[in-house]
Write a protein that binds this ligand. Sequence first.
Ligand code: NAD
Length: 356
Amino acid sequence: MPTIRPAALRAVTELIARRMGSTEAEASEVADHLVRANLAGHDSHGVGMLPTYVRLLQSDLLVPNQTAETVLDAGALLVVDARRGYGQRMAADAVRRAIARAGEMGACVLALRNAAHVGRIGTYGELAAKAGCVFVAFVNVSDHAPAQATFGAAEGRLGTNPFCVAVPGSDGPSLLLDMATTTIAAGKARVAYNKGTSVPEGALIDADGKPTTDPTGFIRDRLGALLAFGRHKGSGLAVMCEIMAGAVAGGMRADEPYGDGVLNSMLAIVIDLSKLGDAAAIRGDVEATKAFIKSARGAPGVEEVLLPGEPERRSADRRADGIDVDPTTWADICAAAAKLGITAAEIDQALGANAG
Ligand code: NAD
């Protein structure tokens, strides 16, 4: 399994995004996002997505350097249609606009429609938190076969529909809840398939609606579906993510005919803490609440009670010197690069030049 320094992985990713047609700025945003997802421990949303992005590009389902359309700009309401633009830049640009608007109005409701895969939603929570804003996002996934079976269903109807809440700390989020509403994200089933391992029990059903831990049918043959986390409650949140991002925000809905793409739409609420009240006092109260929760005795086998966002921060510390990329994922990335005419020597050069 190659272990690659973050700067080197970033350089290879930027090379691929540039060759996909992105400007330097867009390629940099994409590379930053993907490598940070790997650092956070979410390989499902890291550089392993590149082969999918190349496939989407070559099917005209992802548009580099897209100009988003502002559908509505009315005070605290912002509606933006990304028109299949490269998701990482489309979403970051839209959230930056919402942060600026929240700075003027106190809060902003952002409806982002139809971006190509926006990746790890926590990235946008981090962006907002760094600017002193609370961030709440309901996201749906559309334009491909439904991956999630809602509570009681034996077949898929929804995407993995992530939900995210970020609360600012002194520099970035103090708390960051960022999760798929399925027991595991679809990309985690892909990672398990690539590694030849199984997925946890209770995460997946097969084509007959029966529980399975083998990701082969789901990833290779697109059969079966992931289950919502937390029975009817997680399933209810998944339904609301679909409704908020689809019907309410105006993004592509789960009930519309789908193709072979990946679209994300999002309804996000951004609140500027300094407009809501005494930001320092609110932050103090957040920290006090966190400390109280963490002071609980651990359950048997649990050394420390963790809070949302802590596992990702610890992973980033652990991986700062090197990110392990499994051989199948690395081979897939190199094959995708080759489809863009990138040679092995160019990849080696990007890796080598950033080895230190
Ligand atoms: P996960 O299950 O690893 O973590 C979910 C949340 O639980 C995180 O906030 C994490 O900090 C917290 N957590 C994890 N372990 C914890 C512990 N022991 N104690 C306390 N809190 C803990 O995440 P996931 O559901 O697999 O999602 C992975 C990523 O996939 C996310 O970044 C999400 O945005 C992304 N995603 C994106 C899409 C898309 O279409 N763009 C779709 C689905 C998921």
